[in-house]
Write a protein that binds this ligand. Structure first.
Ligand SMILES: NC(=O)c1ccc[n+]([C@@H]2O[C@H](COP(=O)([O-])OP(=O)(O)OC[C@H]3O[C@@H](n4cnc5c(N)ncnc54)[C@H](O)[C@@H]3O)[C@@H](O)[C@H]2O)c1
Length: 283
């Protein structure tokens, strides 16, 4: 959307938005956020119960929402989704790729099939959705795409080699897509969340120990002192798909409570610092 074409009303008035992985967590918060700002929302995910529940909630709140059950890793299902969308809507303004999975393992312990599964769902699926979204967006006069990466694109934990590889690939792929489609008026950016309170994070916390204690500990490791909420990521995505970011493309926006701004090795606290290094102050 061009800034000169700003609507007087809601930021996304008249927009049609697709949210892949929009049935839970960050995707659902994003679908709700885009709808609240005036967009019709098309959400898709592989879990029928959560798709039905999400669409039901959004409609009950008065929003225009439609749900599709699909596996984003299956090229024919993604193609079918966009063919159906083209027939029903005929246009597309926004695509948010939030579908993702996390699996644990090192290069030594990760089965080849699990590596393929993670890369197929987290990376290849974004290539597939963008492949089919671009012609529709071009016909619509442009659009905005956001791919959900992770802080792990930049700094990794142990034992998540496939997930880390997939999230790094998303940032690089987003850059390439931004360059390729800029001349069509299509902006492409990524967001990299830190720890966000969703079922994915809680599942990881359960595997690490007591869910609430682990979550509190992870939160304390973020400079803002807590884990983030899905709504906080949705707000960043709203910025990236709205006219507020009309000159922003090819960028990675961290939504990580300062996680990647900090190093783990701490300098002495000011009280304990060598007085010889103290700031002499100003006269
Ligand atoms: N929660 C975090 O701390 C965190 C941090 C960084 C990045 N992320 C990323 O955010 C994105 C959303 O994760 P979340 O935390 O909201 O988790 P979530 O599990 O709540 O949401 C994942 C969504 O993806 C869908 N999905 C998974 N596999 C799919 C498939 N094959 N086909 C279609 N849909 C599929 C699920 O149905 C669900 O709607 C993921 O890409 C994740 O890697 C999450």
């Amino acid at each position: 959307m061009d800034a000169s074409a700003w609507p007087d009303g809601p930021l996304l008035a008249g927009a049609v938005s697709v949210v892949m992985g929009g049935s839970t967590g960050i995707g659902l918060a994003t679908a709700r956020c885009l709808a609240r700002h005036g967009s019709a929302v098309e959400l898709a995910a592989n879990d029928e119960a959560s798709v039905t529940a999400a669409v039901g909630q959004l409609r009950a709140d008065g929003y225009e929402a439609h749900g599709t059950v699909l596996d984003v890793a299956r090229p024919e299902q993604v193609e079918g989704f966009f063919a159906d969308l083209t027939e029903r809507r005929g246009r597309l303004s926004v695509l948010v790729n939030s579908a993702g999975i996390q699996r644990y393992g090192t290069a030594e312990t990760t089965p080849v099939a699990v590596w393929d599964e993670v890369l197929d769902v987290n990376v290849r699926a974004m290539f597939l959705t963008v492949k089919h979204a671009v012609p529709l967006m071009r016909r619509s006069g442009g659009g905005a795409i956001v791919n959900v990466s992770s802080a792990q694109a930049t700094a990794s934990q142990r034992n998540v080699v496939a997930y880390t590889a997939s999230k790094g690939a998303i940032v690089a792929m987003t850059r390439a897509m931004a360059i390729d489609h800029a001349s069509d008026g299509i902006r492409v950016n990524s967001v990299s969340p830190g720890s966000i309170d969703t079922s994915m994070l809680r599942q990881s916390a359960r595997e690490a120990g007591d869910e609430d204690e682990v979550l509190a500990q992870w939160g304390a490791n973020h400079p803002l002192g807590r884990v983030g909420s899905p709504v906080e990521v949705a707000d960043a995505i709203l910025f990236l798909v709205s006219p507020l970011s009309g000159f922003v493309t090819g960028t990675e926006l961290r939504v990580d409570g300062g996680l990647l701004a900090a190093v783990a090795v701490q300098a002495p606290e000011p009280d304990h610092a060598d007085p010889g290094n103290a700031d002499p102050g100003h006269a």
